[in-house]
Every structure is written in C-alpha cells, then in structure tokens.
Write a protein of this length. Structure first.
Length: 295
C-alpha cells in the first residue's frame, strides 16, 4: 500500500497525555479517512509534525491534518513542510500556499481580486485608543480583534465602546480589527468545503448562547447546510480568486451581509477541520484526489 501521512500535533495525537478540548475532531477525521483511503490502496499514518524528518521517510504524500498549534511555531512549521518537499514528499497543501495563507493579510489580496470581505483595519498591535478609533471608522460599538496569524479564535477579544480596556492595555499581537456583525449570532457562519477546487459540502456553525465564537471549543454547534446555487458560487468565487491553482482541500468561511450577500471571513487552506459529519463522502473524495496525486 502507498503510505500517506496525516500531520497532528502534541495535543491532538491520541497518545497525548492531555488532549485539546476539540481533539475529538481529529478522531472523526481519521475515522472518515482511514477506510476510504484503504479502499484505494492508501495507508494513512498519523504523525506528529514536529517529528524528525527521517520519520517521514517512506511517505508518498503528507496532509497537514490537525497541526493545530502551527500558529505559535509558524516558521518552524513552514521549514518542516519545505524540508519534506525537498525529500521528494508531496505536501498538501504545499508550503507556498501555506505561507501565503498563514497571515490573514491574504484577505487584502483576495479583496483586490474581487472577493467581498469584511471591513478590516490592520495594525501591529492594538491599544484602547486604536479600538475607539476603529469603532468610529466602522460606526459600530462592538469590535472583534483577531490575530493576523492565528487559528481557532485563540486570543481573540470582543471590545465594547462602553467597556474599553484601561489605558496601558495592548492586544499583544499583530492584529486585524473588524466590526462585530450580528449575523454571526443570528444565522451563524457558513462554511463551504472544496476538494481539488470542487464543492463538496456546506455547513452552518452557530455559537453557544451568550457567546459569539462558533468553534466547538466554545460550545459552537454545526449542522448540514444546503446552499443555494448563488451561495455556492459565491464561495467558489473565492477559490477562483486564489493566486495559485486550487489546493487539495480548502474551507471557505462566510458571513451574510445586511444586503443578503455573502462575505468571506477566512479561506482556510492550512489545517482546517473539514467536517466529515456534515459531508459523509468526504473520505472517498479526498482518497480519490490523493490517489490521483501519488499515481
């Protein structure tokens, strides 16, 4: 059988002493992929992305999987991907689009290419004065502050005009500031999964009561979503706007604007969770796409 690597990290590996609260998503991905890959003559091997390069020998292709701590070790992560590629291992998604996708400043380029994005201010750090200035510019009273290099809403904060942090507070990271949009709590976030540029399935993610974050770590709930043709095309337009060919997998996260159109929140192409529960044939689609790459 042809060996295929699936990258994990120290807190998603089943052998980890203390796993992340969302490590069950790793288990669901492996459960969906293993039998589908085996049916195509592919052996899936889970491996810590920080393992020595020699431990990857014999793998034909490596998927980035659940390397969910890469954002705190971004350069080491990119160096590992480049090291694997130099050894002749196919990396999906490859290091070039991963480097482009690692900083959310890629949204600027997507906007220049015609994508509809959420209004954003980009800063090296954020102070209370910066937050107030952004609220004035956006004409809003609530602001979301995110890391430019981040994942899973880690370190993300919600700031309100009537309760800004005290003078001296800083966010502590290169930041993106966006107005809080009520649609996230009302309809939720819509995610569109693409395999080799082809639409696979969609889902709706809503936050738990009293929260605005839609990730399972914070109690977010996912459900199958059947998009209209216009909605599916809006997501596909983001794939077409990428400055490189469609990668093996991508997840396009979108939010509805006040006029009913969809705005891209993120185009996830590094290690996104691909929600096999809402796409029961995901394993078969990925197996077929991987087999084509290694054949």
């Amino acid at each position: 059988m042809t060996a295929i690597g699936f990258l994990a990290c120290e807190t998603t590996l089943p052998s980890a002493g203390e796993r992340r609260g969302d490590a069950f998503e790793h288990d669901l991905m492996i459960a969906a992929l293993e039998p589908a890959f085996a049916a195509k003559g592919l052996e899936l091997r889970v491996i810590d992305w920080e393992a020595p390069l020699a431990e990857f020998d014999g793998l034909a292709l490596v998927m980035l999987g659940t390397a969910w701590d890469y954002q705190d070790k971004a350069e080491a992560f990119l160096a590992k991907l480049e090291g694997l590629e130099k050894r002749g291992i196919i990396v999906c998604n490859s290091s070039s689009p991963v480097r482009w996708n690692a900083s959310k400043t890629y949204l600027k380029e997507l906007a220049l290419r015609g994508a509809r994005t959420i209004p954003t201010i980009w800063l090296n750090d954020v102070t209370p004065a910066d937050a107030q200035s952004a609220m004035n510019e956006f004409e809003c009273d609530t602001l979301v502050v995110k890391r430019q290099v981040g994942a899973g809403a880690i370190d993300q904060v919600l700031l309100r005009r009537e309760a800004l942090p005290e003078t001296g507070w800083t966010f502590g990271h290169r930041a993106m500031l966006q107005p809080f949009l009520p649609a996230i709590a009302e309809e939720g976030e819509l995610s569109f999964i693409f395999i080799d540029g082809a639409f696979s399935h969609a889902l709706r993610k809503v936050p738990a009561a009293g929260d605005y974050r839609i990730q399972s770590l914070y109690g977010g709930i996912e459900s199958v979503y059947a998009p209209s043709a216009d909605e599916a095309d809006a997501a596909a337009a983001i794939i077409r706007a990428l400055p490189f060919p469609a990668p093996l997998y991508a997840r396009i996260d979108m939010l509805r604007a006040e006029d009913g159109g969809l705005m891209v929140m993120e185009a996830e192409m590094i290690e996104p969770y691909l929600y096999p529960e809402q796409g029961p044939d995901l394993g078969e689609k990925l197996a077929a796409a991987v087999l084509q790459r290694v054949s």
